[in-house]
Write a protein that binds this ligand. Structure first.
Ligand SMILES: Cc1ncc(COP(=O)(O)O)c(C=O)c1O
Length: 348
């Protein structure tokens, strides 16, 4: 696909800001109005007085080795939420373009489009919360720039059928954005392997879930080199700070820690599902490939309020009728899950 045809003209022609650290990171650095005497936070890390690397070279190299993907296909964002916004800004003309968002899905897609004044065409997921390829294709028009997908999907927890995604990628002359925030919890394969064949697919991932680093605010995307170049043009120069860089590098050196967290969560998830099935107010538990469970609940509102009174916080989504009587429950640690089950059983 000729990606140039998909990009906003002003972005294609944009001369990006060149920051001081884009040009030099060594020598006597008198080019960025930094503090040449040091940093009030030098007990944390060296060189905090200097701006971080705008090209994210060290980080991208470490991730490239971990994923076995070329550096030129990777970019980090301040959470994967930032990547969603950047992708919209690169491809969508405010007030003119539209995107397709299957629903229910991750709420930030919609909010990011609204912030950017991009029309949203919602399209219901099918009865199993999978994509309905035909109904999506029917919605595509000349102004459609992006189809947002999330697999495993938040808040339903299921993975989308890869064959259906491929069908869409074949049929659509635009960007397919696949949010894989929960992929590490899934036994389904990532879409990474298909990137070679489809240059219009962008995959986003995060360190906030399986890696347990939500406070760090770091996500990344994997896409065609040309798309990565455009995202670098548009992002703020120094988006990833040095504390984040150091933390992520350390985590990437010990991926088994992430694997251990994932297997602990999956073990607790199985147990939580078994326990929830014995709870009176739980009608149905949807299949889940993520670190959360979507459960259909009798009197969901009342149960939600009851849990809140007990200071147990779960999510209820009223914006989609099909899940309005469900609660989305993140798998907690053993203590948290035990407390949840005990509290729910007291309601019986
Ligand atoms: C599907 C999905 N994508 C992205 C995010 C946010 O990721 P990050 O913390 O990297 O911004 C979330 C958080 O809940 C999510 O559910």
């Amino acid at each position: 696909m000729d990606l140039k045809k998909l990009v906003r003209k002003n972005i294609l022609e944009l001369k990006p800001y060149t920051s001081a650290r884009d040009q030099y990171q060594d020598g006597i650095l008198l080019d960025a109005n930094e503090n040449s005497f040091g940093s009030a936070a030098d007990f944390m890390l060296e060189n905090l007085n200097r701006y971080p690397d705008p090209q994210q070279k060290v980080l991208r190299k470490a991730l490239s080795e971990y994923l076995k993907i070329e550096i030129s296909k990777l970019m980090f964002g301040v959470g994967s939420d930032q990547i969603i916004d950047l992708v919209i800004r690169v491809f969508c003309e405010p007030g003119k373009s539209n995107v397709i968002i299957p629903s229910p899905t991750y709420g930030v897609f919609k909010v990011a489009c609204n912030i950017n004044d991009i029309e949203i065409q919602e399209c219901e997921l099918d009865s199993e919360f999978d994509i309905d390829v035909e109904s999506i294709i029917q919605k595509i028009n000349k102004r459609t720039k992006i189809i947002f997908l999330c697999s495993p999907n938040n808040p339903t927890g299921n993975s989308l059928n890869p064959k259906k995604i491929l069908k869409l990628a074949e049929a659509f002359e635009g960007i397919i954005f696949i949010d894989e925030a929960y992929i590490e919890f899934s036994s389904e394969k990532s879409f990474l392997n298909y990137l070679k064949h489809y240059n219009n697919i962008i995959i986003s991932r995060t360190f906030s879930k399986a890696w347990g680093m939500a406070a760090v605010r770091c996500g990344y995307c994997i896409a065609d080199d040309f798309i990565i170049g455009l995202l670098f043009k548009v992002k703020d120069p120094y988006s990833i700070n040095k504390l984040t860089e150091k933390t992520i590098i350390e985590a990437l050196q010990k991926p088994w820690k992430k694997d251990e967290l994932v297997s602990n969560i999956l073990r607790e998830k199985d147990r939580l599902i078994l326990e929830l099935r014995t709870v009176g107010c739980v009608d149905y538990i949807y299949p889940t490939d993520a670190n959360f469970i979507l459960a259909k609940i009798k009197n969901a509102d009342a149960v939600f309020n009851y849990l809140n009174q007990k200071k147990i916080r779960v999510r209820i989504r009223k914006d989609n009728e099909r899940i309005a009587s469900c609660l989305r429950i993140t798998v907690g640690n053993k203590f948290e899950n035990d407390f949840l089950i005990k509290t729910l059983k007291e309601l019986n």
